[in-house]
Each structure stands twice: as structure tokens, then as C-alpha cells.
Design a protein around this ligand. Sequence first.
Ligand SMILES: Cc1cc2nc3c(=O)[nH]c(=O)nc-3n(C[C@H](O)[C@H](O)[C@H](O)COP(=O)(O)O)c2cc1C
Length: 331
Amino acid sequence: MSTLKTEIYGISIDSPVVVGACTLTSRPEKVKELEKSGAGAVIIKSLFEEELQLERYQLDEQLEKYNDLHAEMITHFPHLEHAGDSAHLQMVKKVKDAVSIPVIASLNAVTMNGWINYAKDLEKIGVDGLELNFYSLPVDNKYTAEDIINRQVEVIKNVKEAVSIPVGIKLSPYYTHLTSIAEKLSQAGADGFTMFNRFFQPDVDIMSETESVTFSFSNVQDDLLAIQWIALLKDQLDVPLTASNGILDYEEAVKAMLVGAKSVQVVSALYKNGTEQITKINQGIEKWMELKGYNQISDFCGKMSKDNQRDPWAYERVQYIEMLLKKGSFF
Ligand SMILES: Cc1cc2nc3c(=O)[nH]c(=O)nc-3n(C[C@H](O)[C@H](O)[C@H](O)COP(=O)(O)O)c2cc1C
């Protein structure tokens, strides 16, 4: 009898299929359904500090309008204050209370105090772990690439000092030297990495000549970037890796685990095929393990990582050059 027990960010889970941060995981009823379908854990929709800052700014603007009123009149209005992160915390608490699988909160802050204080607030709610979402576009030339990395290292150090639950990082693929960054972040305390975040990209409408915000889900083969990088990083890092972005069915999940991922995150798969896709992915993995004679994920996890490959260069440049040299037979 095979078992699908594994881990994410050092947290034990009964299935490698983890629901990634999205709107579905902010609804307690939906999260119950995800648990019933066999999800190993859920990552709750992120708390975005920028969103709270914007709300606070809008509230200040509203209050500003009352400034011209007579003082006596103002006293008739109840004291208004921005609720801070309390609405998000309430939602997180409801989700946590609704299920018994691990619940991981996701955080994307702007200021160092934001990273630290929101992390503490989320820990107090009782979540099982935190995922730091390092999602930002570096466009300010005041900062160098090194400044950005150093800042991220400081963030993980400070958050780890502030809380005692596991803290993982959802990484962007857009670093110049990903292996070095991952090593630095891991030395600074990261308990694991999810590879990769998906960046939503604005499009251009050529008729109206305006910018349009497109919202597209992942497609087949989007997982190949994570597959390559997990294979390369698996033997260099001591922390568990999770594949994300384009894990749509059990084949992608198995591939990710063969190269070294201990778990996978799914989002588009659920929007495209419903929550029952989790059951299908779990069943697919189990059937494949049975066929191959594997009893547990550790029997095959990392079997195809870079160091375990017959051709250790398979994930690097040589493979690409060989393919181009043989182009006559390909194209
Ligand atoms: C509707 C929706 C909402 C999302 N919200 C968040 C979020 O709050 N925080 C986050 O880190 N990622 C968020 N994501 C990104 C997903 O967690 C995930 O990284 C991305 O969809 C790639 O995974 P997939 O290929 O399984 O869809 C969201 C994605 C979708 C589709």
C-alpha cells in the first residue's frame, strides 16, 4: 500500500498536492471542499500590504472631506479608523478553523515593519506556516540588483526571528543568479522554496491602443521552467522544494517530484477543471507509483535531479547546443 505523505516548507502533509494562494483559498466553504478532494494543504490568498495602504489612503481622503465641517458637527460622527489587517486575519481564522489540513498564510509586504508585524499577526491566528511572496517589479534605478537581494535576505532573517512557525518563499524566476540567491535565502532561514510565482502581464489592445490587463491561466508546458530549476537546485539546498506554475495534471506532478520537488502547488488546474482535479492528480500519482513499484514519495523524489542524471549536463547549455547542431533532424 503506497503513501503520499510528504512535506512543504518542513510541514508534514498527507498529499503532495497543495492548493496555491488564490481566491478559492479565501473562502472557508471552498477550502473544506478542497480538503475533501484530497489537498495536502492550502496557501491562503496573500495579505498585500499595498492593498491595505491604498485602503488607508482612501479612508484618509474621505475623512479629509469632513475637515471643513464645524467641530460640533464632527463630534456627531463616530470615530473612524482603518481596520488594518483585521479583515484579512478574520478570514484566515475562519479558513483555519474550517479544516484540519495545514493552512499556510501568504504575505506580500512593502515595508520591513509590514513584513515583521503582519507575519506576527498571522502566526497569532494559528496558521501552520507562512509563505513570503517576493513579487515585485524592480523598476527603481535607485536600487541595484544587489540591494534588492540584500533586502530580501534581511526580510527573511527578520521574519524568521519574529515568528516560530515555518517560513517558505515563493520565488520569481527572474533573478540573474538564482542558485546563489536561493542559497543566500536558505542560509538566512528560509524553510523551503516554491518555484515559481506567476507574474500577470499587461497586454496591448492594438485597436484602441490602450493597455489591457489580461488574466490567463497556466498552460501545458509552463511547468518546464520549474522542472529545470528544481533539478538544478535540488542537490544544492537542504530545504524542501515545491513546484508551481503549470502543474495541471498528475504527469506534471510526477515529473516535478522525479527532479526533486517534495510537493506541487496547483491553482489554474482547479479553475480550469474544478476541485475534483486534486482527487484525479492524487489518484494518477498513486497509480503511477504502483506501476513503478514505489511505496512512498521518497523512493523516487529527486531520482532525476542534476546530480543523479546519467548526463549531468542534461539541464544545462550543452543539451541546447547539441539540439541546435542536430537541427537537420529536428526541423
Ligand atoms: C485568481 C488568482 C488569484 C491569485 N492570488 C494570488 C495571491 O493572492 N498570492 C499569490 O502569491 N499568488 C496568487 N496567485 C498566483 C498563484 O498562486 C500561482 O502562483 C499561479 O497561478 C501559478 O500557478 P498555476 O499554474 O497552478 O496556476 C493567484 C492566481 C490566480 C489565478
